[in-house]
Design a protein around this ligand. Structure first.
Ligand SMILES: C[S@@+](CC[C@H](N)C(=O)[O-])C[C@H]1O[C@@H](n2cnc3c(N)ncnc32)[C@H](O)[C@@H]1O
Length: 234
């Protein structure tokens, strides 16, 4: 749910079209198109992961199957605003774009400069904000958005302190519209570890409803997703 754009107002990026729309040779970026190759995507991901292991938190991007599972929370009608946190090279972005209606808005909040540059060149239809998910409310207000209809997270929670996790979950809860969902990845092999259990408890404190989906085996590593609704601090 974004505020109407004012004359002369500038926004971070534009996203004028929709999968299936034809650019008609106009050079207008078509939402969902990925002009980067898979090789580029993997190269960027691995290079950034090696340079910034404490920020990236994985060595390869999520699979298309996991991306589709994550994107199930994206509304398919109306003018929804969807936010992706930690999009990386955009492994989840195509699946989000595929579901998002033409009038929707797709905003990605990414901290890492190399990832931001990659997204801006390979997915020019994506509205990329370089910033920290810990400042989500402020970043969205600056982009003219006061509430959102879905948040899809690829953030590396295990790299964050408990305080940072709680802060980001509060920021997410603060921007979600009533009935909107937040979804995030839970690696299956780590579910029993104390860090993952503490994070699950934090989700339970931040949201009234947390659903754990079935395991997506076609991902490295296999993963589940948490789908959370009704922030408990609103
Ligand atoms: C594990 S990668 C996930 C990338 C992609 N979503 C996927 O599923 O393949 C995590 C991403 O989160 C970004 N990130 C880490 N901390 C962040 C923060 N505080 N705010 C925004 N993005 C962050 C990293 O730079 C990285 O691109």
């Amino acid at each position: 749910m974004s505020a109407p754009q004012q004359p002369g107002e500038q926004r971070t990026e534009t996203h004028p079209s929709h999968p299936g729309d034809s650019a008609g040779g106009t050079g207008v970026p078509v939402r969902g198109d990925n002009s980067g190759s898979v090789v580029d995507e993997y190269r960027t991901f691995v290079v950034r992961a090696l340079r910034e292991p404490a920020t990236i938190g994985a060595v390869i991007p999520s699979s298309p199957v996991l991306a589709r599972e994550m994107a199930r929370v994206v509304p398919t009608s109306g003018q929804p605003v969807v936010v992706e946190l930690g999009p990386g090279t955009g492994a989840l972005s195509g699946a989000v774009a595929e579901r998002l209606p033409a009038a929707g808005r797709h905003i990605a909040v990414e901290l890492d400069t190399g990832m931001v540059e990659h997204l801006r060149s390979s997915m020019p239809w994506l509205e990329v904000i370089q910033g920290d998910a810990m400042q989500l409310g402020k970043l969205l207000r600056e982009a003219g958005v006061d509430s959102v209809d879905a948040v899809v997270s690829g953030l590396p929670w295990s790299l964050f302190s408990g305080e940072s996790q709680t802060r980001i979950l509060d920021e997410v809860g603060g921007v979600l519209a009533p009935g909107a969902a937040f979804t995030t990845i839970a690696y299956a092999h780590a579910l029993g570890l104390s860090g993952a259990r503490l994070f699950r408890r934090r989700l339970g404190r931040a949201f009234d409803e947390v659903v754990t989906t079935r395991t997506v085996w076609r991902n490295v590593p296999p993963a589940r997703t948490y789908v959370c609704r009704r922030p408990s601090r609103r």
